[in-house]
Design a protein around this ligand. Structure first.
Ligand code: ARG
Length: 639
């Protein structure tokens, strides 16, 4: 890769290595996309003769740091397991032996049992900035990690199926769906950036007796125009109305029964019973019943698509509970019975983990009903057949379910059943990514029906915040569109700031503020970098030819050092699977950029200095944008 030339070539010569020998000797290093990988290799090679430990043993022990004052890398000496010597003494002995004129590092600092290494600013800036500018949106991505065989790309990519969002048709889109949408989309982007082949699946709640009830409501009160105009809203209204009627009716019947009346006929004609009947027609594949339901589903999906597009999300498949066939369920039911996993209990079919698995595990998983006495298949049954169907269809290497913690038990039962069926390998490829609750999410217009309601509320609030600064507001070209993007950034950033497992409070005032670690702050940071580029008016050639050795100020060096961390952070996120790993880095980066402005004037500086600083800020803008896009945010150019 041309962009990795320069310093990399020098290094390769220096340590007598080739790109190929590096990847043999040091697994999981990708110098083509991550300059710090080469830095670590170089450190290991230099330290080997000094410490008497083999370079391959030193390399995995080298750590990155959490703050710049601790250096760019540290070596925890105890991790080398050298017998009979005190780590502190070893550090003090080794530090002075480090070469004076190393091209990449200053002499290390010994601090107790640690050695801290600081990269030299000049060489880092000179190799990194051109590389970032050349790679652009690809900086921080890595096409090797997702390969089936990193040594032979022709064998293809590993495949990830990620199921997320998964709302229920005609029912409210609640905070759990919101979080699943945000986190799921982030995980999909993350794996895609690591070179995986990613399939995004939305598993709709679109089946069950309640959809029979909905059809009855439509037959009575349906409005063709309203359905076409806003299907999600119309179906929701119908659903609320018919449910209230059904409940009233059941209460009345209950009253009459108490009074001693014969209610058999009333019950038989009740809405509840009619809904059951309608749904039975659906499961029996009655064409007209299915056609109506299919319309509801199709029209809803059209709306979902448009809303997800606002969040830069596109699903490859709209699956759903309805898509699991009775045949597929009958097939696993038979298999489960044969393998002794299920048993019948008064006509119902259930899995009794307490009997199947000894001790704590069985107790924890309890019992799960798969089929009710009347024969209806339950949520869990559908999930079993769906999981196996997905494996058949996609042959995934890994599958992630992004579902709230409330369903922990459900997914544990699901994976365990797959295992008990004898598909241990498939079960081991499945993972539940859970998350905590959102407290206090309500909108000013009342009930949340769909994602649109939440997003619109945030945009409105954002618009009010923007209006408070009159002079600035007057300059915004597209206030409505800007408020919309900022509003979306607010919700998403707030959601991804903490660890997934934590609960948080939905707070419009906090999340839409330009102060603090918020979405609008990130957008502001990006627009400021974009505006410098517009105002500086430096041509691409001037940027390419800029003399980067002029970037000697500590503020410039610190920005460069943070920019160099991005591929490491992205790769580490693949381990944590926590959006906050990226968010935390991004705020550190934007803070360091923001405090550099006063020290590194661009507009008004003499041409050579101006070009070098502009190249630095251009690289910074690229990295900020790459982080934002990974999180699912749309970076704004101006606001
Ligand atoms: N529709 C479900 C709900 O709203 C979430 C689906 C989770 N995914 C699954 N495969 N069970 O609770």
């Amino acid at each position: 890769m041309a962009t990795a030339s320069g310093i990399n070539q020098l290094l390769l010569k220096l340590d007598n290595l080739t790109l190929e020998s590096i990847s043999d000797k040091y697994p999981n290093t990708y110098p083509q996309t991550n300059p710090f990988d080469l830095y670590r290799v170089h450190l290991a090679e230099i330290l080997a003769p000094i410490t008497g430990v083999a370079a391959e043993k030193i390399h995995p022990v080298i750590q990155w740091t959490n703050t710049l004052d601790k250096g760019d890398f540290t070596l925890p000496i105890p991790a080398l397991r050298i017998k009979g010597a005190k780590p502190d003494a070893l550090g003090a002995e080794w530090a002075p032996k480090f070469p004076e004129d190393d091209p990449l590092f200053d002499k290390p600092v010994a601090a107790g049992p640690f050695l801290s290494f600081f990269a030299k600013g000049g060489p880092l800036a000179q190799s990194l900035i051109p590389m970032i500018r050349a790679l652009g949106a690809d900086y921080g991505r890595n096409s090797f990690i997702g390969l089936k065989d990193p040594k032979d790309p022709s064998k293809g990519k590993k495949r990830l199926v990620v199921e997320f969002s998964s709302p229920n048709i005609a029912k409210p889109f609640h905070a759990g769906h919101l979080r699943s949408t945000i986190i799921g989309s982030f995980l999909a982007n993350l794996y895609e950036g690591a070179g995986w082949d990613v399939v995004r699946v939305n598993y709709l709640g679109d089946w069950g007796k309640q959809y029979g009830l909905l059809a009855l409501a439509y037959e009575r009160y349906g409005d063709e125009e309203a359905l076409k105009k806003d299907p999600i809203d119309h179906l929701f209204r119908l659903y609320v109305r018919i449910n209230a009627e059904k409940d009233d009716e059941l209460a009345t019947i209950e009253e009459k029964k108490k009074e001693g009346q014969d209610v058999t006929e009333l019950l038989a004609n009740s809405l509840d019973e009619q809904a059951r009947g309608y749904f039975r027609k659906m499961t029996d594949r009655d064409e007209s019943a299915l056609a109506l339901w299919q319309r509801f589903r199709d029209l809803s999906i059209v709306r979902y698509r448009a809303t997800y597009a606002r969040l830069n999300i596109k699903f490859d498949e709209y699956s759903g509970e309805s898509q699991v066939s009775e045949e597929a369920m009958a097939k696993v039911a038979k298999e489960m019975a044969e393998k002794g996993i299920t048993r019948e209990d008064q006509g119902a079919v259930l899995v009794d983990f307490t009997q199947l698995l000894p001790g704590k595990e069985g107790k924890r998983l309890g019992k799960a009903v798969l089929r009710k006495r009347d024969g209806t298949a339950l949520y869990l049954t559908r999930d079993i057949a769906e999981l196996l169907g997905r494996y058949e269809k996609y042959g995934f290497d890994h599958m992630i379910y992004v579902v709230a913690s409330q369903q922990d038990l459900h997914l544990q039962q699901l994976f365990k059943i797959i295992e008990l069926l004898g598909y241990k390998d498939i079960a081991s490829r499945c993972q539940h990514i859970n998350f905590g609750l959102v407290m206090g999410m309500s909108t000013r217009r009342g009930t949340v029906k769909f994602l649109d309601d939440i997003l619109r509320d945030c945009a409105d609030h954002m618009h009010e915040v923007m209006r408070k600064n009159e002079s600035k507001y007057a300059q915004v070209e597209d206030p409505v569109g800007t408020a919309d993007t900022l509003g979306i950034s607010s919700v998403m950033t707030q959601d991804m700031s903490g660890k997934r497992g934590n609960n948080y409070t939905f707070d419009l005032a906090v999340m839409t503020s330009f102060e603090g670690d918020t979405g609008p702050y990130l957008q502001y940071a990006h627009t400021r970098l974009s505006s410098i580029k517009r105002r500086a008016n430096v041509t691409e050639e001037e940027l390419a030819d800029a003399d980067l050795s002029l970037l000697t100020e500590p503020h410039a060096v610190n920005v460069v050092r943070l920019l160099a961390q991005w591929p490491d952070v992205a790769q580490n996120t693949l381990r944590t699977l926590e959006p906050t790993t990226v968010v935390t880095y991004l705020f550190r980066l934007t803070h360091v950029i923001s405090s550099s402005y006063d020290h590194l004037q661009v507009v008004g500086s003499e041409p050579a200095l101006k070009a070098s600083r502009m190249a630095l800020y251009d690289a910074a803008r690229i990295v900020v944008a790459n982080c934002m896009r990974l999180l699912g945010l749309s970076p704004l150019e101006r606001m």
